[in-house]
Design a binder for this molecule. Structure first.
Ligand SMILES: *[C@@H]1O[C@H](CO)[C@@H](O)[C@H](O)[C@H]1NC(C)=O
Ligand SMILES: *[C@@H]1O[C@H](CO)[C@@H](O)[C@H](O)[C@H]1NC(C)=O
Ligand SMILES: *[C@@H]1O[C@H](CO)[C@@H](O)[C@H](O)[C@H]1NC(C)=O
Ligand SMILES: *[C@@H]1O[C@H](CO)[C@@H](O)[C@H](O)[C@H]1NC(C)=O
Length: 347
């Protein structure tokens, strides 16, 4: 037995019955189609060299539910665009009640730019909700890019990788500007409730930061949080995304067709070296996202997989429309029941 182990150890070309995880951790590559581990592949369609990309599906106890996303989570993300999110809840998800909206100035460089988050709760579903608005307007988008490039990535969650300083700062302005107080009040009143954290675009990145913060500061265990991001840029480095993906059992990143925002940034613009990744699990709708449209629950993450495999013809339009509704305007108008005026394509 010992002899066999020794022999296998000194013959790297010989493929031991392995899984992807043990294969890549020994420095080799894994071929998905042939389930083979090797140091040099001649031809393989889906080649994996990173732990983060080893094919995996979400735990069935935390399964993806298209209907839950297109009804509740969509309305929650859109509601951050109106001054009265309760209008969205009354029209779409009446059991949800608004607690408080927080609007804070979230860039030291320009006090005119705001970030918005709100808290809400639902006694019938036994959940608290924390939702973040996406960026609004060209000035904020330009400032975000500029600060990503100047501030780069930093560690905030122990040894669990790095994320963009500017996004962490945005979150902290909100957290210290009332979100912490509001969430603690709600948690005190409804101690057994789970937590949903969500947002579109920048709001999705803020959801990843918020959930990381809540878990590292001990306020929640990851099993009690459902995280839903839609159309979000990459937030952090490999170590962060690997930690996040293995920590949160319910974490979905929904990507619409050719939305260009989830394709950026590819590397840390501050150093031009560190490669960036999304947390798992991407769900890609390569269509209009109408009811019954198919979607792909991605088994890998960034690399040549799912939405990231397409780099041509990316659009802004697919960024604004999720589940065939234009999130910012629909939200601003209080999420009317008639979604047709907000649709990208009429079906
Ligand atoms: C892969 O194999 C290793 C060692 O054989 C084992 O410890 C691990 O649980 C396996 N992982 C999966 C995802 O099957
Ligand atoms: C595995 O690697 C060896 C050399 O290390 C190579 O000769 C062989 O063709 C590879 N097998 C596959 C399936 O690519
Ligand atoms: C903020 O808005 C005020 C009033 O419109 C304007 O005077 C000021 O220049 C703005 N500041 C920045 C940094 O854009
Ligand atoms: C990164 O690359 C961009 C574009 O090529 C360049 O403008 C910038 O100066 C580079 N930054 C560093 C820190 O090298």
């Amino acid at each position: 037995m010992i002899l066999i182990i020794l022999l296998l150890g000194i013959l790297p070309g010989l493929s031991i019955a392995q899984n992807c995880s043990s294969c890549v951790s020994s420095g080799n590559s894994w071929c998905v189609e042939s389930s083979q581990c090797n140091s040099t592949f001649v031809a393989c369609k889906t080649l994996i060299s990173l732990q983060l990309n080893c094919p995996a599906r979400p735990d069935p106890r935390y399964a993806y539910d298209d209907n839950f996303m297109r009804t509740q989570q969509l309305a929650l993300a859109a509601a951050s665009h109106t001054t009265n999110p309760q209008l969205c809840f009354d029209n779409q998800t009446p059991t949800i009640k608004l607690f408080r909206v927080r609007t804070v100035s979230c860039y030291a460089a320009n006090p005119n730019i705001s970030c918005i988050g709100y808290t809400a709760y639902d006694v019938s579903q036994k959940v608290l909700i924390l939702s973040f608005r996406g960026s609004s307007g060209d000035v904020q988008n330009q400032l975000m890019s500029a600060e990503m490039a100047s501030g780069g990535l930093h560690s905030y969650f122990g040894n669990n990788g790095k994320i963009f300083k500017t996004i962490y700062d945005n979150f902290m302005f909100l957290w210290n500007g009332g979100i912490e107080q509001d969430l603690r009040s709600l948690k005190y009143k409804y101690p057994g409730f789970d937590l949903w954290v969500n947002g579109h675009s920048l709001g999705g990145m803020l959801s990843w930061v918020a959930s990381s913060h809540l878990v590292t500061n001990g306020m929640y265990t990851p099993e009690r949080i459902k995280v839903v991001a839609m159309g979000s840029p990459r937030l952090g480095d490999y170590d962060f995304s690997l930690w996040y993906s293995s920590t949160f059992p319910y974490s979905y990143h929904i990507v619409h067709r050719l939305d260009l925002i989830p394709r950026v940034p590819v590397i840390d613009p501050n150093t031009n070296t560190t490669v960036l990744y999304h947390p798992r699990t991407e769900v890609w709708y390569n269509n209009d996202m109408n009811p019954e449209d198919p979607y792909q629950i991605c088994e890998e993450t960034d690399g040549n997989y799912c939405s990231a495999s397409v780099t041509e013809g990316l659009t802004w339009s697919d960024h604004g429309y999720y589940f065939n509704v234009y999130i910012p305007q629909w939200g601003k108008d209080g999420c009317p029941k008639n979604r047709r005026p907000y649709a990208q394509t009429q079906n």
